[in-house]
Design a protein around this ligand. Structure first.
Ligand code: MIC
Ligand code: SF4
Length: 642
């Protein structure tokens, strides 16, 4: 059969299973990446596995999220990760080097490789023709320890791009346009594979902007072919030897096909509070802006920031606007310092932050009350910016730069000639922020400061599971809702007991009290429960608080795996209308859990207060069922020697 690009890469790396969508398969992992906010758990788990060496070709531990260091906690985490990286043979990227996905693209990404990362935006690597999948931390620990990764063979959605982008329209507008059409659920179960003449209009970093936000579509990942443009990018990075050409066969099989004419796309924005709440800026009324933030793994490439510098050169930021810029990598910052662009930004009145995630994960720059904030980032969930009543609009770097001058959300195409950016023949490349693991690692020990607490372990699954409904949520609950992240909480990513006090903090203040008073219990969720970040804290904290099952209308992929790995049952209502019949504080029971799992049959959920029954279903593989029965992956790995 004629193969698409995704299946070509999967086939090359296939270890077990039959390559057919829906089947469980395992693949050899070439590379892994971690970042610090999920990384502490990954390295604690790796320690618990008691291995000597990692099995991947290359693994990198980045420090880019928790960089404020307002207390000792962040620095403790960094030291712990640094020591674990040295012990296991992992490259360590120091804070200040930049955002994991941008650096990985520049320095390590390889077309045709499989990369698994403990961050939901790992698909950024798809811009280079690499199959790059975001996953929970435990999956990354297993990928490093064992060299394999289990996944459900995906369906493949082909998006054919035709035509040329209009002036002032860029990759961010393309992915926002796709989100408007497909929504945050549109990619669930799919890898999104791009093809067509329009692909040739996009640089590697443009492509990476698009694959990065494929995470917001709910897709397993997104990927572009590896072509002349890829080769040129790698050459500029001094890595031409890493290039291989890769594309789908002509007339390859796809589960679904869409064509998008790039000419139809206008400058777009995702309005509060969802990345798919998209509109063309020209269709909106005048909106006055208080804050603008440029950066994040979506839009902090050299070209993105140079465009901003060109637009701002000789101009002044509007008096009511705070413009803040966080570059994607130290190399980009250095190049802009030397070519004068940084000077233009400062002269215009921009605030320059270090190369890190920064405001994207609420590490500082929380806007004022009720503010309108434009951000070139990828998520605008309520409260994620650090200010609950702020309104975040997602935009392109061009829109952000022009709006910072006008003070209003402005369609940049009304602003005269578009700046053209030439990327130099050679990109500045330095190794000074990397620490390579030493050759002799036998005697190395990991360093655990007082902020590093053990992670919780679950118990074996019981045949009958009962308790109280602690919380009922609506649709599209994000992992930012389940386990919020901000400057106050990020330092506690390796301290589950402390984090647990803020569980479901965007919805209720007392979830941890409810859980304690009822000795744990259940959560009822709506559609797409657990979308967004890969943080397994959104499963580990509920596990710590005694949550036994989440019963929802549907789940987001990474969070569902995190629940299984933590030994929490993710179940879906067979008849979704029955969601209405289960309310907070109702006592409920699942009577036939193990028998139903083993026989792949529906379970009966009984509402003891209302005397109502609902059928609920577990959708997962044999391996998932074993993991649940053992009470989570770590118990399973220990006892089942998997
Ligand atoms: C995010 O963008 O939400 C994060 C912070 O990068 C997360 C990881 C985390 O929660 O630590 C992600 O996307 O996976
Ligand atoms: Fe960092 Fe934001 Fe990218 Fe997450 S989305 S990796 S917080 S820059």
């Amino acid at each position: 059969m004629l193969k698409n690009l995704t299946y070509k890469i999967l086939e090359k790396n296939l270890l077990t299973g039959t390559l057919q969508s829906g089947n469980e398969i395992s693949v050899k992992v070439n590379q892994t990446l971690t970042q610090d906010s999920t990384g502490t758990m990954v390295y604690l788990q790796l320690e618990a596995m008691g291995i000597k060496d990692i099995k991947t070709d290359l693994s990198v531990a980045y420090i880019d999220h928790n960089t404020l260091q307002a207390g000792f906690e962040n620095a403790d985490d960094h030291e712990f990760i640094k020591s674990a990286a040295a012990k296991y043979g992992i490259i360590y990227s120091k804070p200040g080097n930049g955002i994991c996905h941008q650096i990985h693209l520049e320095r390590f990404g390889r077309p045709g490789n499989i990369l698994i990362g403990s961050d939901s935006h790992t698909p950024t690597g798809g811009g280079l023709g690499m199959l790059s999948i975001g996953s929970g931390g435990l999956d990354i620990a297993v990928s490093m320890a064992k060299g394999y990764y289990y996944l459900k063979a995906p369906k493949v959605l082909n998006i054919e791009l035709t035509g040329k982008l209009n002036p002032w329209v860029s990759a961010k507008d393309v992915i926002l346009y796709i989100l408007k059409n497909l929504t945050v659920k549109g990619g669930v179960g799919y890898v999104v594979e791009y093809s067509g003449h329009g692909v040739k209009e996009l640089s590697v970093t443009d492509r990476a902007t698009i694959t990065n936000m494929g995470a917001e579509l709910g897709a397993t990942t997104s990927i572009f072919p590896s072509d002349k443009i890829t080769k040129d990018f790698l050459k500029k990075q001094g890595r031409e030897k890493d290039f291989i050409p890769l594309s789908a066969d002509n007339d390859a099989f796809y589960d679904k096909k869409i064509t998008i004419n790039l000419e139809e796309i206008k400058p777009m924005t995702a309005m509060p509070h969802s990345p798919d709440h998209v509109e063309a800026i020209s269709h909106l009324e005048k909106i006055k802006v208080d804050q603008i933030a440029i950066g994040s793994c979506t839009n902090s490439s050299y070209t993105d920031l140079m465009k901003v510098a060109k637009i701002l050169k000789g101009k002044k930021i509007h008096k009511d606007v705070s413009l803040v810029i966080s570059p994607g990598s130290s190399n980009i910052l250095k190049m802009m310092a030397e070519n004068g662009a940084l000077g233009h930004l400062i002269a215009a009145g921009a605030r320059i932050l270090e190369a890190s995630c920064g405001p994207c994960i609420g590490m500082g720059q929380a806007p004022k009350s009720n503010a309108i904030s434009l951000r070139t980032f990828n998520r605008n969930f309520k409260g994620r910016c650090g200010t609950k009543n702020a309104h975040v609009y997602l935009v392109s770097p061009e829109t952000a730069a022009v709006s910072s001058i006008t003070g209003y959300l402005t369609d940049p195409s009304t602003f005269g000639d578009m700046p053209i950016i030439h990327v130099p023949e050679k990109f500045y490349v330095s190794d000074n922020y990397f620490i390579y693991p030493p050759k002799d690692r036998n005697k190395l020990e990991v360093v655990m400061g007082p902020n590093i607490k053990p992670f919780p372990l679950n118990k074996k699954l019981l045949p009958k599971v009962e308790g109280t409904i602690l919380l009922k949520t609506g649709d599209h609950i994000t992992t930012d809702d389940i386990m919020p992240s901000n400057a106050k909480l990020l330092p506690f990513r390796s301290n589950i007991p402390e984090l647990s006090k803020y569980c479901f903090g965007t919805l209720v203040d007392d979830f941890h009290i409810r859980a304690k008073e009822n000795s744990g219990g259940f959560v009822i969720g709506g559609e797409n429960y657990g979308q967004g970040s890969s943080r397994e804290h959104a499963a580990l904290v509920p596990l710590y608080l005694g949550v036994k099952a989440v019963i929802a209308k549907s789940f987001a992929r990474i969070h569902k795996t995190n629940l299984i790995n933590s030994g929490i049952l993710p179940l879906v209502f067979k008849d979704q209308d029955l969601y209405e019949k289960f309310n907070e504080f109702d006592p409920i029971a699942l009577n036939d859990v193990i028998h139903s799992l083993e026989n792949h049959i529906e379970m009966t959920l009984v509402n003891k207060a209302k005397n109502i029954e609902a059928k609920v279903i577990f959708e997962g593989s044999e391996r998932d069922i074993k993991i649940l029965k053992y009470g989570g992956y770590l118990n399973f790995a220990k006892e089942a020697d998997y």
